[in-house]
Ligand binder design. Structure first.
Ligand SMILES: NC(=O)C1=CN([C@@H]2O[C@H](COP(=O)(O)OP(=O)(O)OC[C@H]3O[C@@H](n4cnc5c(N)ncnc54)[C@H](OP(=O)(O)O)[C@@H]3O)[C@@H](O)[C@H]2O)C=CC1
Ligand SMILES: CC(C)(CO)C(=O)C(=O)O
Length: 299
């Protein structure tokens, strides 16, 4: 399959690098990484290993492929969507965290947009090198509760390259479950400057589980069948599977970059307000991360 991966940072380089074992991949990224990819190829290290030579470009406009996989941070989705809209694709797939990315892509693109989640841990260590810090799973499916042959084709292509992939017909519930995982793990590990494994024990577990339970309550208010137990269970499972991982929000804080707080805990707070539900833990976590962003002039 011809695949463009838009956003060759941590997750995009990992997914693109593994996909390049079986497919024709083009990575869209920043100049230092793209230069390294062009001269020495891409090294995937850690829990998955590969040395591959995908195409690489800094210009995401006017590209053509069967599939565009979007792996930029949530705040960059509108720019990615505008660039991808100048190209030709049979389908696009977001593997981003947070809510709202697929809707932005669907508004901009003519091709069908699939939704997805990824629980692999990824860390781009230096230009040309990405570390797989935790084995996980990719889930892909249509944005509504339906079955899609397109999603099956994409899932088969991912599986063929060696990415553990599930094709789902209940994506809305899975997106909310992943939202609960990220609302629990990302801000807590970022604020505590701790690995994901810290979420397995109190006191971090108490805060994280409260955030996950609140997210499940909001999901149920929005008509999604997600129990508190399923949400907390998913948080514990991901924390165990990615115990040594630096969450993407902790990576952002460490690098002095704006985080995805608006699309994660901020989204939970906004939906809770619409539904008249109280989500004090998500509110505090969002406020603290936003305060950090403000004091670093990132918002
Ligand atoms: N890292 C992880 O382990 C996981 C991450 N995720 C999710 O995946 C998504 C990506 O996260 P992550 O990989 O950590 O983020 P990164 O910031 O490492 O990667 C995004 C990359 O895209 C680049 N980029 C943004 N816009 C453009 C553009 N217009 N042209 C070229 N390059 C561009 C960024 O460059 P620059 O920084 O210069 O803007 C950056 O290098 C997020 O939604 C995250 O929550 C999900 C599961 C695991
Ligand atoms: C699955 C998890 C928590 C892995 O770290 C992630 O999605 C992230 O870091 O954003």
């Amino acid at each position: 399959m011809e695949i463009v991966v838009f956003g060759a940072g941590s997750l995009g380089s990992l997914v693109g690098g593994v996909l390049a074992r079986a497919h024709e991949v083009t990575l869209v990224g920043r100049p230092d990484h793209v230069d390294a990819l062009r001269s020495d190829g891409l090294r995937v290290t850690g829990q998955l290993e590969a040395h591959v030579t995908p195409s690489a470009t800094t210009d995401g406009r006017d590209l053509a492929a069967e599939l565009a996989v979007v792996t930029v941070k949530a705040a960059d989705t509108p720019t990615a969507a505008d660039a991808l809209a100048t190209g030709t694709f049979d389908a696009a797939l977001s593997l981003q965290n947070g809510m709202g990315n697929e809707a932005i892509l669907a508004d901009a693109l003519e091709s069908p947009v699939l939704a997805g989640t990824a629980t692999y841990g990824a860390l781009r260590r230096e230009p040309g090198v990405v570390d797989c810090t935790g084995l996980g799973e990719v889930v892909v499916g249509p944005r509504d509760d339906s079955h899609s042959p397109l999603a099956t084709r994409v899932g088969n292509a991912f599986q063929e390259a060696g990415l553990e992939t599930t094709v789902a017909d209940d994506i809305p519930r899975r997106l909310w479950e992943k939202l609960a995982v990220n609302a629990a793990i990302n801000p807590v590990t970022a604020l505590a400057d701790a690995d994901n494994g810290a979420i397995l024990d109190p006191p971090a577990a108490d805060v994280a589980h409260a955030a996950a339970r609140e997210t499940a309550r909001v999901a149920r208010g929005a008509g999604i069948s997600l129990t508190d137990e399923a949400a907390v269970g998913a948080v514990s499972q991901v924390a165990r599977d990615t115990a040594a991982n630096t969450s993407s929000m902790r990576q952002d804080v460490r690098a002095g970059r704006r985080t995805e707080i608006d699309a994660i805990n901020g989204y939970v707070v906004d939906r809770a307000e619409e539904l008249g539900l109280a989500v004090p833990t998500n509110r505090v976590l969002a406020s603290l991360i936003r305060t950090w962003e403000r004091s670093n002039e990132l918002r």
